[in-house]
Design a protein around this ligand. Structure first.
Ligand SMILES: Nc1ncnc2c1ncn2[C@@H]1O[C@H](COP(=O)(O)OP(=O)(O)O)[C@@H](O)[C@H]1O
Ligand SMILES: Cc1cn([C@H]2C[C@H](O)[C@@H](COP(=O)(O)O)O2)c(=O)[nH]c1=O
Ligand SMILES: [Zn+2]
Length: 193
């Protein structure tokens, strides 16, 4: 379980945390947990998500278990910088959908003394690194890799298998369009397509 750094009230020090893994692995649940704890500690929290993520809600960050928290949908990573005055903690969900500038934005925020918590998919449905996630994982002080359960064999799942015929990188969806699978089952199912 991830435990926060102690907050030093005399000197504001920032850092970057990344929560990553396949779909259904609990990234959003873990992001919500950390953000709620920050609020309990009376820290000023701002939460962002990309405009394209309208899966469960336009405005909120929502987990597959229907837990939610209000957020600000933004079109590009640059908007986040403009909306972050007077904050202690910034949370960003579905980071894989942002532009490559997100890594620079997160570093600028952390350098200003802000704790930045980013959640996103490490890989797309083809098993390739997704958007700004590899750069963020390199920059982050803390990377937490979470796992779903393979719907075929019950092992730890590491891949997001797309069930539809679409070849587009971005296809917003949930269990009607994706399933969490382990490496073994991904090889069998994806290669068969
Ligand atoms: N194959 C699966 N493995 C694990 N959890 C699953 C699976 N399918 C659905 N879930 C549900 O998804 C929840 C995690 O949701 P969420 O935090 O939104 O995941 P993520 O953001 O990583 O997609 C779990 O607590 C569980 O109830
Ligand atoms: C693998 C993959 C996923 N997506 C989309 C599908 C969902 O809308 C999000 C991931 O959400 P989650 O919170 O991690 O469950 O990403 C996509 O557009 N392209 C892909 O290859
Ligand atoms: Zn499996």
């Amino acid at each position: 379980m991830f435990l926060e750094n102690k907050v030093d009230k005399s000197e504001k020090r920032g850092w970057i945390e990344v929560i990553t893994g396949s779909m259904f692995s609990g990234k959003t649940e873990e992001l919500l947990r950390r953000l709620r704890r920050a609020r309990i500690a009376r820290q000023r929290v701002e939460i962002f998500k990309p405009l394209v993520d309208n899966r469960y809600s336009e405005q909120e960050v929502v987990s597959h278990d229907a837990n939610s928290i209000p957020s600000t949908p933004v079109e590009s990573s640059g908007n986040i910088l403009l909306l972050c005055s007077n904050v202690d903690v910034v949370g960003i969900d579905e980071a894989q959908f942002f532009d490559k500038g997100l890594n620079d934005v997160c570093n600028q925020l952390a350098n200003q003394g802000i704790r930045v918590i980013v959640a996103g998919l490490d890989m797309d449905f083809k098993g390739k690194p997704f958007g700004p996630m590899p750069d963020l994982m390199a920059s982050a002080e803390y990377v937490t890799k979470v796992h779903a359960i393979c719907v075929y064999c019950g092992d730890l799942a590491h891949f997001s298998l797309r069930k539809t015929a679409s070849d587009r990188l971005v296809e917003v969806g949930a269990d009607e369009a994706y399933e969490a699978v382990c490496r073994h089952c991904y090889q069998k199912k994806f290669m068969k397509k």
